[in-house]
Design a protein around this ligand. Structure first.
Ligand code: HEC
Length: 488
């Protein structure tokens, strides 16, 4: 009796297992039948790869047909299995992201099984049509289009180039900008571009001193940092935080562009403030492609019809891209980390999150601990890639009540085993603007749930920045040199 019971248990378990295995085999549309290109693989490639892998886009080869995909089948299986492709560094967290490009495990499995089966084409009549891709302005005709007046020559080979270009906007009035679209002329060499505003004329001066178009340096050639310094000198709550939002200082950001990134409008009536007389500074990273190119980028700006009713604030941890965090990574160290925490004083709604580091940055996390003790992951990147810096927008606002604590950790791998390490042998790395230096921060974009709470939020952000400066030898030095300008 007992034996029978055990046996039937085993049979039941086996049947259950078979059902599970069967379930896996049945997942997707294909069932037990052989995977074919036209029926199983083409829909995945067309929907997840072809937007970049087509002529005129960033990827180095097209994936538009069986003839394109077949010879690359093995590397496609590897790149998708490793989640290197499609590029999308954020792990799936507690809040869904707009335009999430990650493949499902089932999709990755379909590709692997098709490759294992010898990559059969299948019935050509079953090939789905290619999706319609919009060439040109993705958000419709912009309100203002500005163009680099002359091309910047990118040689066929050599080191990556970081170059800033100043584009006068010639605005007679202050405007509010809801979105920016960027169109490179030589996509194959433009790795990414960050957009800064300069209302001080500092960028123009740097440009004039350099005979070639633009001037050298990352991050607007220090504009982003001068923003940080302005923040340090800011008086009271309005200073630092308001500088970024109101865009009145050098180095306020308008976001950025990376290959494949979809341009977007800010949610609701949110907008960037762009004071009249501002110049747009494109901070562009070039990667020589084997063919000499000339880049003359075009930028389209989309204006808000009316001033926004809400102001958004960036909470960057640690502040100033980690400038004050004492980054000092010994050569060979593979587990270096910096972290920072911040308690949000008012109810906020987060709409976007982004991260920044250079080549040896490894992981980035931003976690929220809610007042009830529950934790939520806002961003988790396990395999940071300098080449794919995305502005991740949440599908809907992430509500974070007053008293929520944000914790950010950024880790670095400065060992020779890190294939992205730009220095061989590894060298000691400190904070700096060159790509062989490091930075590190995660930035959350929020609005106060009640606009009347905004000053309290900005005050807390400013105090956090000032405390970070006071704790850091370099920041204390700066504050000292300014005769206590950080004091109110
Ligand atoms: C957002 C744009 C984009 C999307 C989407 C994209 N790729 Fe790529 N892909 C690139 C770029 C750019 C490169 C060149 C290498 C690099 O910069 O990382 C590349 C390189 C590759 C490579 C060569 C990788 C290597 O290093 O050997 C493969 C294979 C590949 N892609 C397959 C795919 C597949 C399959 C998909 C869809 C599942 C896909 N890609 C989606 C942009 C994209």
């Amino acid at each position: 009796m007992r034996t029978r019971f055990v046996l039937s248990g085993v049979i039941a378990a086996t049947m259950a297992a078979t059902a599970v295995i069967g379930g896996v085999a049945q997942s997707g549309s294909a069932g037990a039948r052989q995977m074919t290109f036209t029926e199983d693989v083409a829909p995945i490639i067309f929907n997840h790869c072809t937007s970049c892998h087509r002529p005129g886009e960033a990827a180095p080869f097209a994936l538009l047909s069986y003839a394109d995909v077949r010879p690359r089948g093995r590397s496609i299986a590897l790149a998708t299995r490793a989640r290197q492709m499609p590029p999308w560094k954020a792990e799936t967290g507690d809040f869904a992201f707009q335009g999430d490009r990650r493949l499902t495990d089932a999709d990755i499995d379909v590709i692997a099984r098709w490759v294992d089966a010898g990559m059969p084409q299948g019935d050509p009549a079953k090939l789905p049509p290619l999706p319609k891709f919009t060439d040109g302005w993705q958000l419709g005709e912009p309100d203002l289009v500005v163009r680099m007046p002359e091309g910047f020559a990118v040689p066929e080979s050599g080191r990556d180039i970081y170059r800033n270009f100043v584009l006068p906007l010639n605005l007679q009035d202050d405007v509010w900008v809801k979105g920016v679209d960027f169109r490179p002329s030589a996509r194959s060499v433009v790795h990414h571009s960050l957009f800064f505003l300069d209302a001080t004329g500092a960028a123009r001066q740097l440009d004039e001193r350099d005979p070639l178009p633009g001037y050298n340096g990352g991050m607007g050639g220090g504009l982003a940092l001068s923003r940080g310094r302005l923040g340090l000198a800011g008086r009271g709550g309005r200073g630092a935080a308001a500088a970024g939002v109101r865009g009145s200082s050098a180095g306020s950001t308008l976001g950025g562009w990376a290959p494949g990134a979809q341009p977007h409008l800010l949610p609701d009536d949110l907008a960037f403030f762009v004071p009249k007389g501002s110049d747009l500074v494109l901070s562009t990273h070039f990667h020589p492609s084997g063919k000499a190119e000339s880049e003359a980028s075009t930028v389209g700006l989309y204006f808000a019809k009316t001033a926004p009713t809400k102001t958004f604030t960036a909470i960057q941890l640690p502040p100033v891209f980690g400038f004050l965090a004492g980054l000092d990574i010994p050569a060979g160290e593979n587990r270096y980390s910096i972290s920072d925490s911040f308690e949000i004083p008012v109810d906020v709604k987060a709409f976007g999150v982004s991260a920044h580091a250079h080549y040896i940055g490894k992981t980035m996390t931003m976690k929220a601990t809610l007042p009830d003790g529950e934790t939520r992951t806002l961003l988790s990147i396990r395999d940071w890639d300098f080449g794919w810096q995305e502005q991740y927008l949440f599908s809907s606002y992430a509500a974070l009540p007053a008293g929520t604590r944000l914790d950010v950790t950024v880790t670095y791998d400065n060992s020779a085993a890190n294939r992205r390490n730009p220095s061989s042998p590894p060298k000691r790395v400190t904070w700096g603007e060159q790509s062989t230096d490091e930075m590190g921060s995660v930035t959350l974009q929020v609005v106060a749930a009640r606009e009347s709470d905004l000053p309290q939020l900005q005050q807390a952000v400013a105090v956090h920045l000032r405390d970070a400066a006071l704790k850091s030898p370099i920041g204390a030095l700066l504050l000292g040199a300014r005769g206590g300008a950080g004091e109110r």
